[in-house]
Design a protein around this ligand. Structure first.
Ligand code: FAD
Ligand code: SF4
Length: 575
């Protein structure tokens, strides 16, 4: 189905039930759920059309690409990675305030970042929704786990997530039959499970990944032979372009327009959203699309930018910003990684070490008892992701071995053969607490190629974040050393230098947080702006906190819940 046309008015003939902005996890899910409920939807996507079937290079070998498929500025994760967009988008800059460090990864393609995300899919737990009540940090969500649980069930059934019920505190189990069976651990994952997981309460358990291990509807199971970051031409992992948009199109109620860069939400005389203004990214022409409701899912940063750019006499500081919280409370995931060389994994005979992309096991946070006993100096938790194994090598795979070996020629070849697959990398993901110094606003001096003010990022980690990161690094290094592995990461660097720069974990959240009080939050419990009743925000901008668990499953669940709320309101004629 066409997503663009030589007709400049393509898709603008009617007043829709809803306009959805952005087609990634958030916008894709809103479009899916609204069209399924009978709504006519105009989906506006700033990037270009993208067809995962014809455009996914599932089997291309590195040597068939320029620079052996190495990363370049326009392909930051390598030549074959599915990203269109990246850390820079030509003609669309952002700025970083003096003294801050921040990097912003943006997609400009149908399906957004879901075409190449990691697929780690964890439910937030009951504690995660009640942060402030439990430990006095951050704020509480206006909803509890129980309210979102049915939507987690629906999302997991729809997109297909493998994993297992393990009964772990604050890492909720899915009801029986919802998750697909997990794949077996690979050699290095067995080592991690046995050697590291037995030294304390910490346990490595099956990871939860949005990858099929069994066929689901017309989608086949993964055949464990390619790289999910390139996208999946057979639809065996979750991408908006393979799982959400095709059924939405099949309803006949979805009109999609790509290269449509939305910059403003418009209001009618009653102060209700009447539609959006957008720029055709190909021609520069400006258009106005109309609808009974507007749903923003352009991603955490861009959704805040659209609201801040939607100024009017009634909203001089940006639309839906009477609380002053649009752009505030920005967070990313805290990240620290530690590598080690494991002798038991050296010199293994050749074997097939493929599997689902990324890891088959992970360790949920294990320290609640320690925290209750007052033995830890931070309140929130972190989980561990596990990297290693003998996947198809590419540029850089042997760099660590080469640097550590200090030899050349035949000896280096021997060191590489011996060491290939013996390095294990544990990556800790933790919760950052929102703080007053970390936010985004409009840069008063810089505009993009469309003449629109760009976002300016302000970033500072708080003391609690730094203490969490310190614990991550110490505990990982001690665990490796306790299991006899040789730590290869320099763990003597200042901890602030070892922490990943803000934005680089690509889990930004919080710029339009939901809450129980219109004075301190942007959205109500239904993801609807307090100020404009027919304007919804469905991406991670809505998050009241950014727990250690990766965000996308919760984006999908919240977006579906918001779309149901809007569909009910449309059916009742309230909007
Ligand atoms: C390499 C990588 C690995 C990741 N791994 C994981 C993981 O394992 N687990 C996890 O939970 N998350 C992961 N993430 C994060 C995950 O991709 C995001 O949380 C998720 O895609 C966010 O969904 P979204 O819809 O808000 O944004 P996106 O998916 O980025 O979609 C936003 C869409 O809006 C469009 N858009 C932007 N501005 C405008 C505008 N002005 N007008 C119209 N359209 C606009 C964009 O072009 C884009 O298509 C990863 C991300 C990356 C890049
Ligand atoms: S690893 Fe599996 S799910 Fe991922 S791209 Fe390959 S076949 Fe698809």
């Amino acid at each position: 189905m066409a997503t663009s046309s030589s007709d400049p008015n393509f898709g603008l003939e009617e007043t829709y039930d809803a306009i959805v902005v952005g087609s990634g996890a958030a916008g894709g899910m809103a479009a899916y759920a609204l069209t399924a409920r009978g709504a006519r939807v105009l989906l506006l996507e700033a990037g270009r059309d993208y067809d995962p079937v014809s455009e996914t290079p599932m089997f291309n070998a590195p040597e068939s690409a320029p620079l052996f498929a190495e990363a370049t500025p326009d392909k930051p994760f390598g030549y074959f990675d599915a990203a269109i967009g990246g850390w820079t988008v030509p003609g669309e800059p952002y700025t970083v305030a003096p003294g801050s460090q921040f990097k912003w990864f943006r997609s400009r393609m149908l399906g957004g970042r879901t075409n190449h995300w990691g697929r780690m899919s964890l439910r937030f737990g009951p504690y995660d929704f009640q942060g402030r009540s439990r430990d006095g940090m951050g704020v509480d969500w206006p909803i509890g786990y129980g309210e979102l649980a049915p939507y987690y069930d629906k999302v997991e059934r729809l997109i297909g997530v493998f994993g297992a019920a393990e009964g772990i505190e604050n890492s909720p189990d899915s009801p029986e039959g919802v998750l697909q069976p997990p794949p077996k651990p690979r050699a290095y994952e067995y080592w991690v499970t046995e050697a590291l997981g037995k030294t304390s309460k910490m346990r490595f358990v099956p990871a939860h990944m949005a990858i099929l291990t069994r066929p689901l509807g017309e989608r086949p199971a993964c055949f464990y032979a390619s790289d999910c970051m390139r996208g999946c031409a057979i639809g065996a992992n979750f991408q908006s372009t393979t799982v959400l948009l095709p059924p939405a199109r099949k309803t006949g109620r979805l009109v999609t327009r790509t290269a449509a860069h939305v910059y403003q939400v418009t209001l009618d005389a009653r102060g209700q959203a009447s539609g959006v203004k957008f720029i055709d990214a190909a021609t520069g022409a400006r258009h106005h699309a109309r609808a009974r409701a507007v749903v923003l899912g352009a991603s955490t940063g861009e959704t805040a930018r659209i609201l801040l750019n939607s100024k009017s006499s009634s909203f001089q500081d940006g639309l839906a910003n009477s609380s002053g919280q649009v752009g505030r409370n920005l967070t990313d995931t805290l990240k620290i990684g530690v590598s080690a060389d494991v002798e038991a994994l050296q010199d293994l005979p050749p074997f097939n070490d493929e599997g689902a992309s990324l890891f088959h096991v992970y360790a949920p946070w294990w320290g609640y008892d320690e925290q209750r006993a007052g033995r830890l100096n931070f309140a929130k938790g972190y989980h561990l992701e596990v990297w290693g194994g003998r996947r198809e090598p590419d540029v850089g795979t042997m760099a660590g071995i080469a640097q550590a070996s200090g030899v050349w020629g035949a000896e280096l070849h021997e060191a590489m053969r011996r060491g290939y697959g013996s390095e294990v990398y544990l990556s800790a993901s933790g919760e950052m607490i929102p703080n007053a110094d970390t936010y985004c606003d409009l840069d008063p001096h810089v505009k993009d190629r469309f003449g629109l003010p760009v976002l300016r990022f302000h970033w500072k980690f708080g003391a609690h974040d730094v203490e969490t990161a310190r614990h991550m690094r110490t505990s990982l290094a001690e665990r490796f050393a306790g299991a006899g592995a040789k730590v290869t990461t320099d763990v003597s660097r200042p901890i602030e230098a070892a922490m990943r720069v803000g934005g680089t974990v690509i889990h930004e959240a919080g710029t339009c947080r939901m809450g129980a009080d219109a004075n301190t939050s942007v959205l109500d419990r239904w993801s609807r702006t307090w100020d404009v009743a027919n304007l919804y925000v469905v991406d991670a901008a809505a998050f009241a906190s950014n727990p250690d668990k990766n965000p996308t499953l919760t984006i999908l669940a919240l977006a579906w819940r918001a779309a149901d709320h809007l569909a009910d309101a449309l059916a009742r004629g309230e909007v």
